[in-house]
Design a protein around this ligand. Sequence first.
Ligand code: GSH
Length: 307
Amino acid sequence: MTDFILHHYPNSPFSEKVRVTFGIKQLAWKSVEIPNIMPKPDLMPLTGGYRKTPVLQIGADIYCDTQLMMLEIEKHAPEKPLLPVGQEGEARAIAMWIDRNIFWAAVGVVMGAIGDKLPEAFAKDRSEFSGRSFDAARLKAAAPAAREQTYAHLLFAEEMLRDGRPFLLGAVPSLADCALYNPVWFLQVRMGQGDSPSPLDRLPGIVEWSKKMKAFGSGKPTPMTGPEALDVARAATPAATKVDDKDPSGLKAGQKISVTPDDTGKVPVTGALVGLTGDRVSIKRSDERVGEVVVHFPRAGFILAAA
Ligand SMILES: N[C@@H](CCC(=O)N[C@@H](CS)C(=O)NCC(=O)O)C(=O)O
């Protein structure tokens, strides 16, 4: 049985996307709680600089970005499939639309409501993370526009549910539902305490759907410490990967490359290219605390360059 180790923190909405996946599939997993701001001293030896949350570890294989984590969980735990046969692309495309559009609009709504109550260290960290000053007054002023954008995008999902189907792509939950649960859960846990309206106030179909998602729970987590997770990596050997030597990037097996997110947390991770396909890139790197690990990223949303 594969040991899934999720590096995450309770308030992280992208982590909730993965936790609900564990819930749907009723999986056991190890839970490593990481800080919600830098520094993350027990995570960096694994990722080589990638700082976003969550990160999925399976032995000495480290998966960055939930796009890829979901596929990997699906591969190791195929029961209760989340990629509906014949609609795999649709599920992934809907998830990407949600991750890239609805999530950030929902963050604008939440930060507009609570941004002035967050610690200075959080504001400083998120300014560095996003490349834009985390200014509570600006966020408050922009909140009505963020609310309208969140509503306008969520309305597409509301429309999908309008014919009475239980989940976005039909009778059973898919990757698209897990992705939508990320911003909806974030709005539900962070809004509603004050008097700022939530876009969900006008979206009854999504609110009903979210109750079904919540009922899935989070599977069976067991706590693990950061140093214990590093020991797991050190004792394991990374899985085999292949480089497509006809990849149009021209990158070749063994070459030193960097991989950098194209949106936020733009910290390059460097290593030797050991895996390259149309939708993922894998680099081998080593660190004195973990030995050799392979870090995997999706191609969509990541920039590859010769280092
Ligand atoms: N595209 C990434 C987005 C992850 C993301 O932006 N996560 C937020 C937390 S939910 C984050 O990393 N915030 C900064 C941090 O945790 O240090 C994914 O799908 O995993």
